[in-house]
Design a protein around this ligand. Structure first.
Ligand code: TGC
Ligand code: FAD
Length: 387
């Protein structure tokens, strides 16, 4: 079915011709390559790997990185790419987020020249896939408590511990792993998949992000050359990556919300009950009007934070607000669309149920909705309320 993207305030006029061209290219790609098969991929619980070379060819992997065969786009363009990909499915956007923001970015920002030359061009081409291991079974919202250890042994570090809920884990060629060294400082390591003592177990039977691979990474005396350590120390290393990924998610969630709104409008104009389209009832119109308003506000927030990021002025707390607001907004749009579609909304024939289940994860990962609320609370009061 044709897709009409909501743009109530004609925000198109705020994008450059290049940004619109990038957005429209990805929009067409999603319509042609993702929409025809995504419901079936999701139902089967498989990530469509055939998309990887296509996503690479479009320059979506590590899109903001300059050089090393990456596209070197601005952050607003990157946001628009995420918006369009998540119109297709959160799992596809997740794949691109993790590869670019969580794996290629730390190599570009904290890696040596040798790391950059070795990994970035191949990652941009989708020939090497990365995953990002921060969360542990007992440390999710509080990653600073991690117990994974990196013990120095000559010119190697020996890694022991486990990382949980790791996107792309099962198909990755390398992992960016965060662990505490002998001085209790958090360090990042590029761990090649064939490292002895590094094993991966996929997490099956999910009802969310089914078209995405989620895994556990296990390290048992995994010896990693000291030369694979990134040049950053402390939580600010992983958090710098999260700032980029959370920014992308704030745009991506918009795409899922826009897809749901379009589906709700189309359905409400054609579904007849009590002898007229359900879109003619005031209660249904109220739901559509509220969704339209919330999507419009979220578009303004994403666009403004995008421009701030391009000017180097976006602070983590701005990104927290965009991630918190836009994902919660999208989740609500998906739930309301599911309601407007009645029983049809629970089938794979429509998108809203799939988006709704995906967005439950998106609301949790990269900092839960409440963690971002607390980041904003700390900004307002100066008092951290996490512990
Ligand atoms: P805190 O004491 O506040 O900070 C420790 C150090 O980190 C610095 N920092 C940041 N730096 C850059 N960007 C940020 N956003 C930063 N936030 C904090 C801070 O300045 C400090 O630096 P320094 O030099 O003084 O040491 O640390 P805390 O542990 O008390 O932090 C509080 C809290 C709750 C905000 C933080 O722990 C948090 O954000 N928790 C959420 C964890 C999270 O988001 N995990 C995500 C895992 S990855 C993932 O989900 C991928 S899903 C991918 C997909 O499929 O798309
Ligand atoms: P918890 O931290 O246990 O939180 C449970 C509940 O308690 C939440 O409602 C939370 O808001 C609340 N809570 C916790 N602390 C506080 C507090 N101080 N005040 C108030 N409420 C609080 N991680 C990675 O490192 N890499 C990945 O690639 C990755 N991919 C993921 C993919 C999927 C599909 C999912 C679902 C998760 C992924 N994660 C990944 C993990 C994700 O980042 C964590 O799930 C998230 O940070 C929350 O941690 P948790 O699940 O342990 O929940």
């Amino acid at each position: 079915m044709a897709y009409t993207a909501p743009d109530f305030l004609n925000l198109d006029t705020h994008f450059s011709d290049e940004e619109k061209m990038i957005r429209d290219t990805i929009r067409q790609f999603v319509t042609k390559e993702i929409m025809p098969t995504i419901a079936s991929d999701y139902e089967k619980g498989v990530f469509p790997k055939r998309l990887i070379p296509l996503l690479a060819e479009l320059g979506t992997l590590g899109a903001t990185i300059q050089g090393y065969e990456c596209a070197g786009l601005n952050y607003t363009s990157y946001g628009l790419i995420m918006q369009e990909l998540e119109r297709g499915d959160s799992g596809i956007r997740s794949f691109v987020s993790v590869q670019g923001a969580l794996c290629m970015f730390p190599i570009a920002a904290f890696g040596t020249e040798e790391h950059k030359k070795k990994y970035l061009p191949k990652m941009a081409k989708g020939q090497l896939i990365g995953c990002f291991g921060l969360t542990e079974p007992d440390f999710g919202s509080n990653p600073g408590g991690m117990i994974t250890r990196a013990k120095k042994d000559g010119n190697h570090y020996v890694l022991n511990g486990a990382k949980m809920w790791i996107t792309n884990g099962g198909m990755s060629d390398l992992a960016i792993v965060w662990a505490k060294d002998d001085d209790n400082k958090i360090k990042g390591f590029i761990v090649d998949r064939d490292t002895k003592g590094f094993t991966v177990r996929d997490i099956e039977k999910k009802f969310s992000l089914k078209a995405s691979i989620t895994s556990e990474l296990i390290f048992e005396d995994a010896r990693v050359p000291a030369s694979q350590m990134l040049e950053v120390s402390g939580l600010k290393g992983p958090f710098a990556c999260l700032n980029n990924a959370r920014f992308g998610i704030s745009w991506g969630a918009l795409g899922a919300a826009m897809a749901c709104f379009d589906e709700a409008v189309t359905y409400s104009k054609t579904r007849i009950q009590f002898d007229k389209p359900i879109g003619g009832f005031q209660l249904v119109q109220a739901k559509l009007a509220n969704m339209y308003t919330e999507i419009t506000k979220a578009q303004l927030l994403a666009l403004h934070v995008g421009r701030m990021k391009d000017e180097g002025k976006a602070q983590p707390v701005h990104i927290s607000m965009a991630k918190m607001n836009n994902v919660a907004m999208a989740l609500n749009c998906a739930r309301v669309t599911r309601d407007i579609l009645g029983a049809s909304g629970i089938t794979y024939e429509y998108q809203c149920g799939r988006h709704m289940l995906n967005l439950e994860s998106v609301n949790t990962y990269e900092g839960t909705e409440d963690i971002h609320r607390l980041v904003i609370g700390e900004h307002i009061t100066g008092i951290p309320a996490y512990r």
